[in-house]
Design a protein around this ligand. Structure first.
Ligand code: ADP
Length: 318
């Protein structure tokens, strides 16, 4: 049985590595290449390919003089300027918003460097990948681990929401982990300020994590991020997303409340209660990021740190 269950995971790993290698081979700079900034003031070595996102790819960069490592988010500015003026405005907004943020659970923005027609946004390097990888490797995690992650995500959200910023694309792929397994929320590509009446209205983000009010095209607030956090927590404890992206259509949200998939794994009452609260269809009834810390689920044992090995297997708590 062990062989049967390991095979799909191994096949997925192989397919993933193949895809990464393909993306890497399309990169304009080869691995280990020395890249010189356009103003000749800085030099970086290109390291490993880190991943491909919706609009850009990321590579490891090492400053040739200080040896400091960064994740470099690479954007083809020529392409952006010619073909996607809207995306260029978004990128400027992303850099503006991200550069304003200083919080231990938000990926640090370290400026940018232009090399040829490419811009590299320099970000704090998160070597333990994302919560999506953690979930893929582990299937489900323990409740103390879930508390460890939720506490830090909620802290990052509190910081953003206090500044009237909604992230709008919170998902397990955008919650990165550094070498100490500390949470670092990334990707401010869709983040925005809540305007005049404290609301936003644009439909954006990733369907499976989208709050019902956004799907129903109503005005919404920062509580859309709380819904997304509910999706992440459900995913970590149950092993699958609460809503399929096809299911979370605008029609479904218009017709009535969105109901998450039945939970078949054994979970504590407190865990079920916090999932229900975060995934409340009425946005005003969801807890705020600040209130999450006071929920019963969050009062249980929370480890102060987690070992990097917990990316692959359950940790032991003494
Ligand atoms: P998007 O185009 O969706 O904004 P990103 O360029 O932010 O995507 O990220 C692409 C991929 O690069 C991510 O899925 C992640 O695997 C990796 N990545 C992004 N930022 C970092 C980082 N700071 N440290 C390590 N890996 C990162």
């Amino acid at each position: 049985a062990g062989v049967c269950s390991a095979a799909p995971a191994e096949a997925a790993q192989l397919a993933y590595r193949k895809k990464m290698a393909e993306c890497d081979s399309e990169m304009p700079f080869e691995k280990n290449a020395l890249m010189v900034s356009n103003d000749c003031s800085r030099k970086y070595y290109r390291g490993a390919f880190l991943g491909k996102g919706r609009t850009s790819s990321c590579v490891l960069l090492q400053d040739a003089s200080t040896r400091k490592c960064f994740a470099g988010k690479m954007i083809d500015m020529e392409d952006l300027e010619l073909l996607h003026p809207n995306r260029k405005r978004r990128l400027e907004r992303e850099m503006d918003i991200h550069s304003e943020m200083t919080h231990p659970n938000i990926v640090r923005y370290e400026g940018y460097v232009d090399v040829g027609s490419y811009r590299f946004i320099l970000l704090e390097y998160c070597s333990m990948r994302s919560l999506a990888d953690l979930q893929r490797n582990r299937g489900t995690i323990t409740e103390p681990e879930a508390r460890f992650y939720v506490k830090q995500i909620a802290s990052a959200l509190m910081y953003m929401h206090d500044r009237s910023i909604a992230h709008r694309d919170l998902k397990s792929r955008n919650v990165l982990l550094d070498a100490q397994m500390q949470v670092k929320v990334c990707d401010f590509g869709l983040a925005d300020y809540l305007h005049d009446r404290g609301t936003l209205h644009k439909l954006c983000g990733t369907r499976a994590y989208m709050a019902p009010e956004m799907l129903a095209r109503l005005r919404y607030t920062t509580s859309v991020d709380i819904w997304s956090l509910g999706c992440i927590l459900y995913q970590l404890l149950v092993g699958v997303l609460p809503f399929l992206s096809e299911q979370t259509t605008e029609e479904a949200a218009k017709e009535g409340p969105l109901r998450y998939r039945p939970i078949l794994t054994p979970l504590s009452t407190e865990a079920r209660e916090i999932i229900d609260a975060l995934l409340n269809n009425a946005p005003e009834r969801r807890p705020t990021a600040r209130a999450i810390a006071f929920m019963s689920f969050m009062q249980g044992f929370t480890p102060a740190t987690l070992p990097p090995a917990s990316a692959h297997m359950p940790p032991t708590f003494d």
